[in-house]
Design a binder for this molecule. Structure first.
Ligand code: SAM
Length: 228
């Protein structure tokens, strides 16, 4: 069976299981070739719904989680999105398909800024994103994403794809009023996906969603190197 056929089958399963709810997320998931973001040795597992190792003790998240976090984020065409934890670049590509779909004129495109703390993974993501055709819609930055990325702030949407002990204050500051942030929060072993809506003014609404397991967010406003 071709990768394309496997992708269609997986996406139909994710729709049945309600990880995919909207047409725009379905289209984005159908468009991005996950096989280009998975390392050679795991390529045959590209369309099994599981996280896979990408080196340096990190993983590309399971497609169901990528789809569901994209749904929770409610991103729209033209939005400026900040992702913390680029990893393979796959989630960033899916977000790029939502905020800057290629059938829409470039002048209406949004952009994804994605911060990765491990330089070798940032390089890998840049290569993957280029192969898949997303270089002009995603910018990868090496750094501590718990500090956000001030140069392009404020953002319409912020997504964190590593587990935090709490909401990093700089990320909240860099979210626009009316903006939404999705972030896994909890212990090192298990977390909840938390959806934060910044209302006009500085009020925030916080809602806990499903249980998840992510690798730790390591940085000044996250865990330390020893996960304390
Ligand atoms: N979104 C990725 C994808 O689509 O492949 C998966 C992300 S992986 C589960 C978590 C990533 O967060 C790892 O690559 C890890 O190095 C990165 N990370 C952890 N702490 C970070 C920090 N403070 N700033 C930026 N990236 C961080």
């Amino acid at each position: 069976m071709s990768f394309e056929e496997k992708r269609r089958r997986l996406i139909s399963m994710l729709e049945n299981e309600r990880y995919i709810i909207t047409d725009k997320v379905k289209k984005a998931m159908l468009k991005v070739p996950r096989e280009l973001f998975v390392t050679e040795e795991y390529r045959n597992l590209s369309y099994s719904d599981r996280p896979l190792p990408i080196g340096h003790g990190q993983t590309i998240s399971a497609p169901s989680i990528v789809a569901y976090m994209t749904e929770l984020l409610k991103a729209e065409v033209g939005h400026k999105v900040l992702e913390i934890g680029t990893g393979s670049g796959y989630q960033a590509a899916v977000l790029a398909e939502v905020v800057a779909p290629d059938k829409i004129q470039k002048k209406f495109w949004g952009h994804v800024f994605s911060v990765e703390r491990i330089p070798e993974l940032a390089k890998l993501a840049i290569r993957n994103l280029s192969k898949a055709g997303y270089s002009n819609r995603v910018t990868v930055i090496v750094g501590d994403g718990t500090e956000g990325f001030k140069d392009e702030a404020p953002y319409d949407r912020i997504i964190v794809t590593a587990a935090a002990p709490d909401i990093p204050e700089p990320l909240l500051d860099q979210l626009k009023p009316g903006g939404i942030m999705v972030i896994p929060i909890g212990s090192k072993w298990e977390q909840n996906l938390v959806v934060i809506e910044k209302e006009q003014g500085e009020r925030v609404k916080i809602r806990r969603d499903i249980d998840v397991i992510f690798v730790p967010l390591i940085g000044k406003h996250g865990w330390d190197e020893f996960c304390r």
